[in-house]
Every structure is written in C-alpha cells, then in structure tokens.
Design a protein around this ligand. Sequence first.
Ligand code: GLU
Length: 488
Amino acid sequence: MNNVKDPVVVRFAPSPTGMLHVGNARTALFNWLFAKSTGGRFILRIEDTDCDRSTSEYTKMILDNIRWLGLSWDEGPGKGGDNGPYLQSERLVSYREKAEILIKEKKAYRCYCTQEELEIRKQEAVSQGKQPIYDGKCRNLTAEDIQKHDEKGSGYTVRFIVEPQELIVEDLIRGQVRFDLSLYGDFIIMKSNGYPSFHFAVALDDALMGVTHVIRGEDHLPNTPRHMLLFRSFGVITPQFGHLSMILGPDGQRLSKRHGVTSVDEYRQKGYPPQALVNYLALLGWSPGDGQELFSVEELINKFSLKGISKSASIFDPQKLDWVSSNYIHKEDPSDIAIHSIPFLQDAGIDYVDEDYVVKAMAVLKLSLITYSDVVQKGSFFWNKEYEFNDEAIEVLERCEVGKFIEVLLVNLKDWVEGSMPGEAVRNASLASGIKGKEIYHGIRAAITGMVSGPDLAGIVNTLGPERVQKRLKCVLQKFWMADKNES
Ligand code: GLU
C-alpha cells in the first residue's frame, strides 16, 4: 500500500446524513488544494454505512455541491478509478473479509455480548469509579464457547483488541498529541448487522486506497488512535494526519444551524459565486502569511501549504463572506454576471426582456451586488414596469419644482434617439424651469427608479433607453404632479 515517497493521495469522505456543511466543504477544499498544490490525487469517497441516517438524496446533493464549488475529484463516484467502488455500501465484502483475517490473526474477536448486558456492565463500572469501556469479556472465548453461541444463532460483533499503552499522534497541524489507550477498550469493527463500524471502514479504505494524508476536522482527533492501530494491524504505513480546527459561530460556539445558514447549498441558492465561497472558506483557518485575502483559485493552489493552517478555531463571519463575494462580482464581466443572474430573475418570474438588456443592466448594477440574487431587488427598476417608489423618492417627486422640470424635459426629449444621452435636453429643461444641479438628478433618479440613491444615473438612463425613460417620466408626472395640479 502507500509508501512515504509516493505522491500525495488525499480524500474527502463525507457521510451522506445531511447537506454539505460549510465546515465539511472547507475540509474538502483543503484536501483538494493540498492535492493540487503537490501534484497529488484527490479521492472522493462516500461513507454511507450508517444505514439509518444515510440517504442517496444526500449523496447526490453533496456530490452536486462539491462539483458546484469546482472541487473536481480524480477518483470517486461518477468518475471511477483504480480503487473503487467509492461508496462504502458497495465495499462490504472487503470489510467482512478483512475482519475475518484479523480474527484469524488474533487481532480481533467475535463478541456475543448483547446491548443490554453491555449497558448493565457499563453502569457497574461507572458505579465502581472505573472507565466505562468494554471489559474484554469475549476476548478469550474458547472454540467451544463460540460454537455454542453459533448453535444458538446469537448475533455477534467483531471487536479489535486494544492493548493499554500510550499512543502519540504526530499531527501535521496540532503537533504531538498523546493518547492513553487504557481509556479506549476493545472497539467494534464489525457491527452485528454485518456492516463495518465507522472506524474500520475509514481505516481499511484509507489503507486500500493508498491515502497518504488524512486531513479532516478536529472532531475526529480522538478517533485517530483507533485508526492508527488498525493501520498497524494491516501492516501498512500509517498516513500522516492533520486535524483542522473547528469553525465557530460569532458567539464562540460550534457553527450550527442556529447561527444561520450553514449549508453550501443554501449559499448556492442565495446566489453567492462558488469561487467567492471557496475563497472565503480558504480563509477559515488558513492564510498565506502575507496578508492577501482575495484569491483566484489558481492563486490559492499556488499559495496553499499545510504550514499556513492555523491551530486556533476560526469564526464564520457572514459579513466577510459578503465582502469577498462583492469583490468577486465587482471584477466579473457583466456578461458573466448576467449568465449567473438570469436564473434568479427567472425564478422571481421576471420578464427581463432579453439577454443584451440584462448584460447592459449588469454593467450598471454590478458595484451594488453582493450576490447574484441581489439583481432581483437591487435592479428591480430595470425589470419591472410597475416599480415601487420609496418614501424619499415620493418626497422628491411631490415637490412642484421637480414636476415643472420633468414637464419641460419631456418636451425637450422628443428627438432623443436610442444610443445617445439626453444631456442637452436636460440642460435646456434646467434653464427653462430654473431647476438646477442636485434637484435635477434626484428628480430624474426618483422618477425612473423609485429611489433617491443607487447605481450610476447615466448608466441607468442609457440602459433603460429613450422609450422607457420617457414613458416613466410621463407616468410620474401624471401620478405625482398633474394629479396635484388638477386638484388645485
Ligand atoms: N465520514 C466522516 C465524516 O463525515 C469523515 C471521516 C474522515 O474524514 O476520516 O465526518
């Protein structure tokens, strides 16, 4: 199996028991970056042996989200490879065979203790102030004992023998971590339903797939001694381990649903560019050491190293993600923003005219966007004939002087043609009405967007074009000024 001089082989091994959490996505990203930056291989393996909680829908969603993030795998579901299958539920024979070998080698044994018996003995141990670990009752069953159990048809698990000793993990991120194995006890490698335990499946697959580096969340650190013992029992070189610190919410507690959005899919639905999420996730516990915070994927690959990973926990900061996302979108070509934004316009049922119009609008809107879905609200005046007027805009439009200016302007706009700007018409209307400067721009903006602030006004006018602008001005005049005038 693996040899230290072999190229890097890493894996991301999600359990399909829920949506892809941003913490897991960061684990996937760091593995992917490590593989890319070292010319290694990135394997994707689905750990679906927990039959009660794993679903094929979650598997599908997880794969889809990893693809969306751009973390393509060298081996794994849908891609194949020499080490497949890549779903643990399709590898049951290898776990069963290996467990039998370990039993023959006296490294593991069948345990016939029932759940109830185990529970009673655990309580007894606790009441005597002892560790509630497995007491080794079945470790030395004779062939006769086993035969009796089998004749009765008793179910059994397979336990791996753990000798009390100190085990040192040389963690790539956390340094030396010492474990007292007398606190572990013989652990289950095969469950009574014929499925492997999590520990056994992970370690055997990592061994069979030639994984050289196991980079995963800190929550798995206490599992690592068991995995190291298994590697030793298989007679293969143990991979190197690196455990990533937890991601916390702003209150210092482990990031969870109560902190808000935590799944990659929700960020996707909200319209964050995948590259921005990748950039932000990279900053959660890693830095290149030179203060740079905005990266292209190529830069991340070039700059990534395990040395840049921090031991301390990181705080998930949605505002920082927004900052990264807006920076990403601001640099994007309007036609690319349009491609990504159109699905959000469609979902909102917006009749956006045509793609060229959307691209033109994006050139104007892009500096105000944080996500692609923002185009629906922030550009509402581009898409909707019946746009809303906010209070400030109403206040501006209810002023008689603005109405006077718009009235003259409309007359002056008669010859305004598509592709030109109505600068002269505006100047003349200003002279004729005596309304100047800010008032003019506030008035026009309020009239054609329903707001008093927003993206560049010239860009808005240019994008809407003569027909829409004039229609809007006429409507506004009717609604806010002529109505008043008629009443008086
Ligand atoms: N399947 C495990 C999880 O989703 C990961 C195991 C590992 O990375 O070793 O937490």
